[in-house]
Design a protein around this ligand. Structure first.
Ligand code: FUB
Length: 330
């Protein structure tokens, strides 16, 4: 007992007489505190593979929609049967909601829950989706509707709004993918979509029928994934550029163009040969939402993950190159 007491006393004296040791301990403590403060928030969804993000702001919340990458580790192509929805009030904490829409909700579709986008009009939420058509060769675009941003959604039309036989500009069967929808200030809605060719058309006020001819937009190295947004009096058309895909963009003073190409907005995103962006403003800040293949050991081009980083504009309206980070939004 006496020996133990003397040993403890000796250790206490030695420790208090060794300022170097104390400094080291406090440095470690400080580093730990800094590490605690900065979290690794990208990818934002870590328990599932998620791809092709789209997002809306509604009633002080952000609703994030994504395709679900379900490909097993030894399967090197897309396996996607459903879309997912998450919500957040701070862009950091995301709540997952029950699966709101599946390919099987469209009786005329066979598979492939590819890229999609939701928009709200008059209290209803319209979800434009890419699927493979069961009877018309190629990809097609469907539209689902719900009274709530988290669904459940149901087929709004009972058939595709766009099929491959409606677009003849290219022989490929997958050019009718990646719908993006926008309602202009005068209330006119537009649907943009495409692969290798960028298409757009007016939508009727009911949001489930095209209103007029399908038009095309000339963009250099357009691959897919158009996304329209407006900031101030500039319209922005961002898109997947070249392959492997970077994100590039063009600007215009009118939704009908002419579009001026402005170059690359985001580089190839880690470990994924595709990219797919959504751009939103929320509580005074701008965000760039995309996917990469960063979750290891199995992440990659067919097991992707949604990430979010800040987006910044220059005074002339051009967008600054995205800095992809692991920290994401803090
Ligand atoms: O997720 C399937 C397809 O890959 C999407 O439709 C494209 O935008 C690309 O991300």
């Amino acid at each position: 007992m006496k020996n133990t007491f003397l040993t403890l006393l000796f250790i206490a004296i030695i420790t208090s007489c060794n300022p170097k040791k104390t400094d080291e301990a406090s440095t470690v403590e400080k580093t730990e505190n800094i590490q605690k403060e900065v979290k690794i928030n990208n990818p934002v969804i870590k328990d599932k593979f998620t791809a092709d993000p789209a997002a809306i702001v509604y009633n002080d919340k952000v609703y994030l929609y994504a395709g679900h990458d379900e490909a097993p580790d030894d399967f090197n192509f897309y396996r996607m049967n459903e879309w997912l929805v998450y919500s957040s009030a701070d862009m950091v904490t995301w709540e997952e909601h029950p699966v709101p829409l599946k390919v099987s909700d469209f009786a005329w579709a066979s598979n492939d829950a590819w890229a999609a986008q939701v928009i709200e009009r008059n209290g209803k939420f319209y979800w434009y989706v890419t699927v493979s058509h069961a009877t018309i060769d190629g990809k097609a675009i469907g539209v689902a509707v719900s009274d709530s941003p988290i669904g459940p959604f149901k087929d709004a039309l009972g058939k595709a709004i766009v099929t491959n036989d409606m677009t003849k500009q290219t022989a490929i069967s997958w050019d009718d993918i990646d719908p993006s929808v926008y309602i202009d200030d005068d209330g006119q809605a537009y649907l943009f979509w495409g692969n290798t060719i960028c298409y757009y058309a007016k939508l009727k006020e009911n949001m489930i029928e095209l209103d007029g001819p399908i038009m095309t937009i000339e963009l250099p190295n357009f691959t897919e994934a158009p996304w329209i947004h407006k900031k101030g009096d500039w319209y922005y058309l961002s898109f997947a550029y070249q392959f492997p895909e970077k994100t590039a963009y063009a600007m215009s003073k009118s939704i009908n163009g002419p579009w001026e190409f402005k170059g690359i907005l985001n580089e190839v995103a880690g470990n994924s040969n595709t990219n797919h962006q959504a751009i939103i403003e929320f509580k005074g800040k701008d965000y760039f939402i995309y996917h990469n293949g960063s979750i290891q050991p199995n992440g990659g081009s067919f097991r992707r993950s949604v990430c979010i980083d800040e987006l910044n504009y220059n005074d002339d309206g051009t967008m600054q190159r995205i800095v992809m980070t692991s920290e994401g939004i803090q």
